[in-house]
Design a protein around this ligand. Structure first.
Ligand code: GLU
Length: 408
């Protein structure tokens, strides 16, 4: 999917064939074995990956995913998308992504700690605050980042705050980082609603996925005055036309891990959730959930891609022919996370701290600029919004490579 998107964008840009492969292929791919002794004494080897897509504009940047579906191909695609995302919003980074093929919910806290530390230990030769900076992604959180930072710092012999972002605030994390991705999604959706003449006070939102991104987006949508009428997670999907009480749903997941047993909304299937009539549909979980089965059937005014790669290329073709759906492409829509990660990295390197208000104002500025540039590119090249965002990001990376030249 990521390669096909790249080829399409490179064709639009009429990119020099000599440059294409250099821009497309990842710089480094690491695959490591992480042996962990479980609480019952058994030793299990977990497969870990990290792909650094390009180091042309600065260190690589991107999340670390713990999920049973993780493999090298997925991580490489996600790393590529991080490159275009960072370049689109103007961050001095290349893209990266890492992952371990594991279901973190099946591990005890100490098993999770051992696995996280072992992964970082294996990656030490390849990462650094000026080489590759990790952050949370699906299945990882602030605690995992704290273990990563501690493991790396122990190796160096002093605290290296800038080695990861998305850390707890007490050890160099940034105000506003935890909610940044979801908050950015809601902010951009609100901005597109304004363009379409949709009033936030009358708007309905459906969110697929209730992890960090989905739940923080739900809170931000509520704060902007919008009603969240559908949510879902691994346990199923839940619908309440009068609006779901997000705080109560969060209390439920805090106690039970998932939404299983959530009684304050009607239980529906995941497929039904995605096809609910709403103003904004927000896929905030895995890739490829909007596909050829449902692309013609979704009934939202705005498709806000909080997840990375939630729409398959064939669904994208269907949607591009539908004037009734505005798609906010993933690399723009969910960029709030990496933008505030960048702010965290800058604060760490300078040993300074910004207030939450400062962080949010700066975030809004970067998102507004990226949205405006995407819209201008869309009009200028007469392409889809996704193609506009991709060509902007890809062109910036290609230009940086061209200017730096080819080391003999
Ligand atoms: N995992 C997030 C993403 O996919 C954040 C990456 C970061 O903050 O570096 O954009």
């Amino acid at each position: 999917m990521a390669c096909k998107q790249f080829d399409r964008a490179a064709n639009i840009l009429q990119m020099d064939t000599k440059l294409r492969q250099r821009v497309k292929l990842p710089k480094r791919c690491m695959a490591v074995s992480c042996p962990v002794q479980l609480d019952n004494g058994e030793v299990v080897i977990y497969e870990g990956f990290r792909v650094q897509h390009h180091l042309t504009m600065g260190p690589t940047k991107g999340g670390l995913r713990f999920h049973p579906k993780v493999d090298l191909g997925e991580v490489a695609a996600l790393a590529m998308w991080m490159s275009w995302k960072c370049a689109l919003v103007g961050l001095p980074y290349g893209g990266a992504k890492g992952g371990i093929s594991v279901d973190p919910q099946k591990l005890s806290l100490s098993e999770l700690e051992h696995l996280s530390r072992r992964y970082m230990q294996e990656m030490i030769p390849f990462v650094g605050p000026n080489t590759d900076v990790m952050a949370p992604d699906m299945g990882t959180n602030e605690q995992v980042m704290a273990w990563m930072m501690d493991t790396y710092s122990n190796h160096i012999g002093s605290s290296v705050h800038a080695i990861v972002t998305g850390k707890p605030v007490g050890i160099g994390g940034s105000q506003g980082r935890r909610e940044a991705t979801g908050h950015g999604v809601a902010y951009l959706t609100k901005s597109y609603m304004k363009d379409l003449g949709i009033k936030p006070s009358e708007a309905t939102v459906v969110i697929q996925g209730f992890g960090n991104v989905g739940s923080e987006a739900a809170i931000a949508f509520n704060n902007f005055g919008m009603k969240v009428i559908g949510i879902s997670d691994v346990s199923g999907a839940y619908y309440n036309k009068n609006g779901i009480d997000i705080k109560a749903a969060l209390q439920h997941t805090a106690k039970n891990l998932t939404l299983e047993g959530w009684k304050e909304a009607e239980s529906i299937t995941n497929a039904e959730l995605l096809e609910l009539k709403c103003d904004a549909l927000v896929p905030a979980a895995l890739e490829q959930v909007i596909n050829k089965e449902n692309a013609a059937k979704i009934q939202c005014r705005i498709l806000a891609e909080a997840a990375n790669g939630p729409t398959t290329n064939s669904a994208d073709t269907t949607l591009s022919k539908r004037d009734d759906v505005t798609t906010i492409p993933d690399i723009l829509c969910n960029s709030g996370g990496v933008i505030v990660s960048y702010f965290e990295w800058v604060q760490d390197l300078q040993s300074t701290f910004w207030t939450r208000e400062e962080v949010i104002q700066k975030l809004y500025k970067v998102l507004d600029r990226a949205k405006q540039q995407t819209e201008e590119q869309k009009t200028k090249l007469k392409v889809s919004r996704r193609e506009a965002a991709l060509t902007l990001g890809i062109h910036r990376v290609a230009e940086a490579k061209r200017i730096r030249g080819l080391f003999p």
